[in-house]
Write a protein that binds this ligand. Structure first.
Ligand SMILES: Cc1ncc(COP(=O)(O)O)c(C=O)c1O
Length: 424
């Protein structure tokens, strides 16, 4: 495991490439995959993808033995670094005892522990009393739980959501997601209940039928867009006045990604419901919708059949990994690591300049470098140099920096040097 400040040999600053990228094995695997996987899923061209085989800390090895530096945390999941040894151990121990329980029928003690921990980290820590939780698997499912909760609690079907927002791709979460490329082909199957408002606007419409206001406290996939001061507070007061629930989607921003446990803490605004996922377990598909207890109690007591559940809800391996991950995230050393890495990224990105850069923005360990051009060719060039990056924004022109918290200054400065060179 590469730990910050450890010896450079154990965590070398530069990638280690043994073949052209993608290498022969990755090419062969891509050709096999393309025969059997829906062609819409894995993007493939002559420069992309590499097939991952192993990862540790900020390092990823592919099927050809090349070592890459990961500036994505694999979609924001591996904040603590890939394959954190304590999380792996928690997973190993749990999988030796029970791989799967009966989430809403015969649950495990771990499920109760995790719900209590999530309550403690959110509403209890914000002085808002107990929280209650519905666990699920993917982020979008947590959003759909939140939308259903708002429907039950308010009796109102309308949803206020924001331009450029991303909340996942299920039919329910597409009520919130704004990106046309995802909604377009299915829009005629979506209920017309969404009022779309510019992200950041405090000029909010009237809407007696709106029961849910769904927002990312910092837009992630939309291009790392920070909320203008007062925006989240204005949403809070709109919800209070109009009898709607405020839902914060912290699936991306949660668990220190934005520099604090949750991005809403920086703005000092308490939602009615918060959705989390991604980094919660460090690598197991598990997510949660957490709400104030009195809000969640609008769900009826289960009469023997839950209104909203799924086969893998509260999977014990996922719960064990999440509990370990939350414990590590809560340690003083993790919190100071996040502070140092946040300051380091701000410092390094603050020094970066190139004529192709339109704006550099972000907070904590989530930053975007907006370019005057699509980032696709740059991503391929970076991959060929052993640097894993993704791009965000509706035009795909925001180079995203969301590395594991353990990324070093040397690694960031190396990457920025390569970016500068590739931008020409
Ligand atoms: C803010 C936000 N909400 C929801 C989701 C959807 O999560 P998932 O892909 O796990 O369904 C994402 C995924 O990127 C996200 O960034």
């Amino acid at each position: 495991m590469c730990i910050r400040d450890s010896d450079v040999d154990a965590c070398p600053m530069k990638p280690d490439l043994k073949t052209e990228i993608p290498g022969p094995r990755s090419r062969e695997l891509a050709s096999n995959l393309s025969e059997y996987e829906s062609r819409n899923v894995t993007y493939m061209d002559e420069s992309w993808p590499v097939f991952w085989e192993e990862a540790e800390g900020v390092n990823v090895w592919d099927a050809d033995g090349n070592r890459f530096l990961d500036f994505t945390s694999a979609f924001g999941v591996a904040g603590l670094g890939h394959r954190h040894p304590e999380i792996v151990e928690a997973m190993r121990q749990q999988s030796g005892r029970l791989l799967h329980g009966m989430g809403d029928v015969h649950p495990t003690a771990l499920k109760g522990e995790l719900c209590a921990r999530l309550s403690a980290l959110t509403f209890e820590s914000w002085g808002a009393g107990k929280g209650k939780v519905v666990l699920s698997n993917s982020g979008f499912e947590a959003i759909e739980t939140a939308l259903k909760t708002a429907r039950l609690a308010t009796g109102k079907a309308g949803v206020m959501a924001f331009s450029n927002g991303y909340h996942g791709l299920g039919y329910g979460s597409l009520l919130g997601t704004d990106l046309e490329k995802f909604r377009g082909p299915f829009v005629d199957q979506l209920a017309e209940v969404t009022t779309r408002v510019p992200f950041g606007s405090t000029d909010l419409p009237e809407g007696d039928q709106i029961g849910a206001v769904l927002v990312e406290p910092i837009q992630g996939r939309g291009g790392k867009i920070l909320p203008p001061p007062g925006f989240l507070a204005a949403l809070r007061s709109w919800c209070d006045t109009h009898g709607a629930l405020l839902i914060f989607d912290e699936i991306y921003t949660g668990f220190h990604r934005s520099g604090s446990w949750f991005a809403c803490e920086r703005e000092d605004v308490v939602p009615d419901l918060i959705c989390v996922g991604k980094a919660m377990s460090g690598g197991f598909p598990i997510s949660a919708c957490i709400g104030k207890a009195e809000t969640m109690d609008h769900w009826p007591v289960s009469p023997g059949e839950a209104l909203h559940t799924s086969t893998f809800l509260g999977n014990p391996v996922g719960c064990a990994m999440a509990l370990k991950s939350l414990e590590i995230l809560g340690r003083a050393e993790t919190i100071s690591l996040v502070e140092e890495t946040s300051a380091m990224l701000e410092r390094q990105l603050g020094k970066f300049s190139h004529e192709a850069v339109v704006e550099i923005r972000g907070r904590g360990v989530m930053w975007g470098v907006e370019l005057d051009r699509p980032a696709g060719p740059l991503l391929a060039g970076l991959l060929a140099e052993g640097l894993l990056f993704l791009a965000d924004g509706p035009q795909g022109n925001v180079l995203s920096f969301t590395p594991p918290f353990t990324i070093t200054e040397g690694e960031v400065s190396h990457a920025l040097g390569v970016i500068n060179r590739l931008l020409g």
